[in-house]
Design a protein around this ligand. Sequence first.
Ligand SMILES: CC(C)(COP(=O)(O)OP(=O)(O)OC[C@H]1O[C@@H](n2cnc3c(N)ncnc32)[C@H](O)[C@@H]1OP(=O)(O)O)[C@@H](O)C(=O)NCCC(=O)NCCS
Length: 204
Amino acid sequence: MTAPDDKLRSVALRDTRAVDDLLPPDPPLTGQRVRLRPFRPDDAAAIVESCRSGDIMRYTMMPDDMTLDLAHAWIERSIEWWPRGLARFAVVTPSSDRCVGQIGAHIDPQHRRAEVFYWLDARVRGRGLVTEGLQLVVDWISNDDRIRRIQLVTHLDNEASHRVAQRCGFEREGVLRSWQPTKGDQQPDVVMWSLLPRRPARHP
Ligand SMILES: CC(C)(COP(=O)(O)OP(=O)(O)OC[C@H]1O[C@@H](n2cnc3c(N)ncnc32)[C@H](O)[C@@H]1OP(=O)(O)O)[C@@H](O)C(=O)NCCC(=O)NCCS
């Protein structure tokens, strides 16, 4: 059997480098409908429930067979990996503080870019929570002078995610064919979206 750690590494860890000063914002990023806070061990059961959704399995890198043990390991890594440039926020509603999703960003100062990703529990979709949360994360990243590009990669048929991207001001750049391995043997065509928080000064 694969250990939880190996499983998380195989599906989630990218080529992360140290970003020593990356800390969860304090106070947490907060909008009218959502607050984004670091994950906590007591989010594990909610993550297991959310990850039963077929489109989270299909469109994200969350492990398909999420168990409580795996969720605990995933949360531990989520906390540990902040200094490696992997900022994972739990999406919570300000009134309940219950975790209903994730918005994350891989901050890569070496290449002066960040990549965002997200999922939401199916029971609370369609209320604009992710659109508002992603906007908060985009604004937070945009304050980092090192980052010139924020990108987002979606499956070709992920209309809900395309809408979120458009709502938050991302531009559709094009289709990348057989982009990179995702889960199992899959290597899907994807859409690349980007947003440039600060354009370099242009010379006349
Ligand atoms: C993508 C996802 C986070 C969106 O969550 P959500 O709660 O529906 O997001 P929002 O309410 O903020 O906005 C969704 C928008 O997409 C639209 N939408 C939702 N489902 C849609 C569909 N099947 N086809 C077209 N548009 C759709 C909504 O009408 C809304 O548009 P609007 O703001 O113009 O009204 C959610 O569907 C999800 O978690 N999916 C599975 C994981 C996933 O795909 N993650 C993204 C990987 S790139």
